[in-house]
Design a protein around this ligand. Structure first.
Ligand code: ZN
Length: 186
């Protein structure tokens, strides 16, 4: 849970630290605004992915299921700047499937906290393994990091890609190739 008072105090100090006048009109309500916004941006800290993934449907053993292009927004823990993009999830159901909205909610649970992209990808994969017990999961994230594009190397549009594989996807390269092939079809 976000402690609003602490965040407000910290934002005031931060503004002073960069040489701003915290009493000028445009900034007067900024600490409070940021604190309220943080409640939303970091709402995933108190959330549980298992809740969303517990509503499953029975399905006969089928082939690979892919949900692609799930949008996400997260905040990098090294610079506290946003990174955002798309997540693709593939899994091999063993009798249980979930709706796409539940996968999107699972992404939110882990995106709405201070993160690094590698951990985000892995946590989503682990949550799906634990709740659905599929034969395998693959999670791929493509993201733009503001801490890279706003400063430093400054390459707008450059993407960081991370991949987490579990179960059969780990052992069977053919399955990974099948995923990449299916990703290429429109
Ligand atoms: Zn960063």
């Amino acid at each position: 849970m976000v402690n609003r008072e602490k965040v407000e105090e910290a934002v005031r100090l931060l503004l002073e630290g960069i040489g701003e006048d915290v009493e000028r009109e445009g900034l007067r309500e900024t600490p409070e605004r940021v604190a309220r916004m943080y409640e939303e941006l970091f709402a995933g800290m108190g959330a549980c992915a298992g809740e969303h993934l517990s509503k499953t449907f029975e399905a006969a053993k089928s082939g690979m299921v892919i949900e692609r292009d799930i949008p996400f927004y997260s905040v990098c823990e090294h610079h506290m700047l946003p990174f955002y993009g798309k997540i693709h999830i593939a899994y091999l159901p063993e009798g249980k499937v979930v709706g796409i909205s539940k996968l999107a909610r699972t992404v939110e649970v882990f995106a709405r906290r201070l993160q690094i992209q590698e951990r985000l990808t892995g946590q989503i994969a682990d949550a799906i393994m634990e709740s659905l017990h599929p034969a395998g999961v693959l999670v791929m994230a493509q993201a733009e990091h503001m801490c890279m594009t706003m400063r430093g190397i400054k390459k707008p549009g450059s993407q960081t890609v991370t991949l987490a594989v579990r179960g059969d996807f780990e052992k069977n390269e053919k399955l990974q190739n099948q995923f990449f092939q299916m990703m290429q079809t429109e």
